[in-house]
Ligand binder design. Structure first.
Ligand code: HEC
Ligand code: HEC
Length: 349
């Protein structure tokens, strides 16, 4: 009786070890970030080293587009902080997108994705570009068939998720794991807040202006003082157009709530010097144009956010010197370590 019980326990232990072996992934260790807010919790897709690498292969692979011509990286380029340098990126069959490509970094701090917030998770977002007609235009059945019959990916998926059929859920989980590792926190600005470097006089003055509500007043939306994310991760209408000229209704298209007309995702100011052109429609070619807009081009309409306190005056009214100082500060947010990090580059090269 006793030996029977013992052999049963030993069998159980072996089964457990066997199962452990099937899934050979190692947890990905994230650094502690200085002065970042709390991340949105991620229980559904814990990141492993092998999972992030698999996702990186998929991110750079055109296998997920109908004619094998486009990958996620065709539009999201590392050297531009995973944004694009075009007003509108080009998808399959030379089709132009209708919004400016968003950069990809520090995504784990957002609870909604896209300029209009229409996607609620990183993994859910990744389902969309694969099938979108103007992006990769591949249906998921075909995508799953391609990956399941590819021995390179079969092996890698087995390593990360065990011996299971690969479906859209697992494919987007892998891509999501890679995207979750895209953390940017190595700019000059980061070194200054850690007291490892110092701002120049111009940069310091720009920092003060941006974070002073009676001056440039950017901090209510793009936070760089209370915490270091560069955005409050919310949506706002920053007064680009008056209500009659609104072509793209932004968050309203997702929620159908009139209050959300012309509201768009508030982008982080991190890496901002790398992601021109600017705004959801790429209307401004340079940061100088953006600063001119906030200074004297703001439209005051019933949809303009009340946090645009100076909208009634057309903007915050900056002098040339103040504009130059703000520009100097914005350049301190460029993270050249992030854009040259080999762990994020094309793994096929
Ligand atoms: C043809 C160009 C193109 C391709 C290919 C493409 N994207 Fe995008 N991506 C965009 C554009 C444009 C947006 C913004 C669209 C919008 O908000 O309506 C965007 C938005 C995103 C966002 C939202 C970011 C945020 O801050 O809300 C994520 C995440 C993303 N893409 C990931 C991916 C992944 C993963 C792939 C591959 C499976 C991919 N993209 C393929 C152009 C592209
Ligand atoms: C009421 C909130 C709000 C305030 C205040 C605000 N912004 Fe913005 N900012 C936004 C939103 C929303 C967008 C995106 C708008 C769009 O594309 O339609 C944006 C876009 C930008 C962009 C372009 C980002 C990109 O990736 O295209 C820059 C640069 C920028 N803001 C800088 C500033 C500066 C500098 C200030 C202060 C002078 C400021 N913002 C004040 C909400 C705000």
């Amino acid at each position: 009786m006793f030996t029977k019980k013992l052999s049963f326990i030993i069998l159980l232990v072996f089964c457990f070890l066997g199962f452990q072996k099937l899934n050979k992934s190692t947890p990905y260790l994230f650094d502690d970030l200085f002065r970042f807010p709390k991340k949105i919790s991620n229980d559904l897709n814990p990141v492993s080293k092998e999972g992030a690498l698999l996702g990186r292969y998929l991110f750079y692979d055109s296998i997920l587009s109908k004619d094998y011509s486009i990958s996620c990286a065709s539009c999201h380029k590392q050297k531009f902080a995973f944004a694009d340098n075009k007003k509108f990126s080009i998808g399959i069959n030379d089709t132009e997108m209708n919004r400016n490509t968003l950069p990809l970094f520090n995504l784990e701090w957002y609870s909604s994705f896209f300029w209009d917030g229409r996607s609620a998770s990183i993994e859910n977002q990744a389902l969309i570009p694969v099938t979108a007609h103007n992006e990769m235009n591949l249906n998921w059945l075909e995508a799953e068939k391609r990956i399941n019959s590819n021995s390179f990916y079969k092996e890698k998926f087995k390593q990360v998720f065990g011996d299971v059929t690969i479906d859209s859920i697992l494919i987007t989980k892998a891509i999501g794991q890679f995207e979750r590792t895209l953390v940017s926190n190595n700019s000059k600005y980061d070194k200054v807040i850690k007291r490892e470097r110092a701002f120049s006089n111009e940069e310091l003055n720009g920092f003060v202006l941006v974070n002073d509500q009676s001056m440039a007043d950017c901090l209510q939306c793009h936070i760089t003082d209370a915490h270091a994310l560069g955005t409050n991760a919310k949506f706002a209408n920053n007064g680009l157009d008056n209500e009659l000229n609104l072509k793209d209704l932004g968050l309203y298209e997702t929620t159908q709530n009139l209050k959300n007309k012309g509201k768009f995702k508030i982008p982080s100011l991190r890496n901002i010097a790398l992601t021109a052109p600017y705004m959801h429609d790429g209307r401004f070619k340079s940061l100088e144009e953006v600063i001119d807009f906030y200074s004297e081009g703001v439209q005051s309409s019933k949809h303009t956010d009340s946090k645009m306190q100076y909208a009634h005056k057309g903007g915050v009214r900056l002098t040339d010197k103040e504009k130059a100082d703000i520009l100097a500060f914005l350049h301190t947010l460029t993270d050249s370590v992030f854009i040259s990090n080999k762990e994020f580059s094309n793994p096929f090269r």
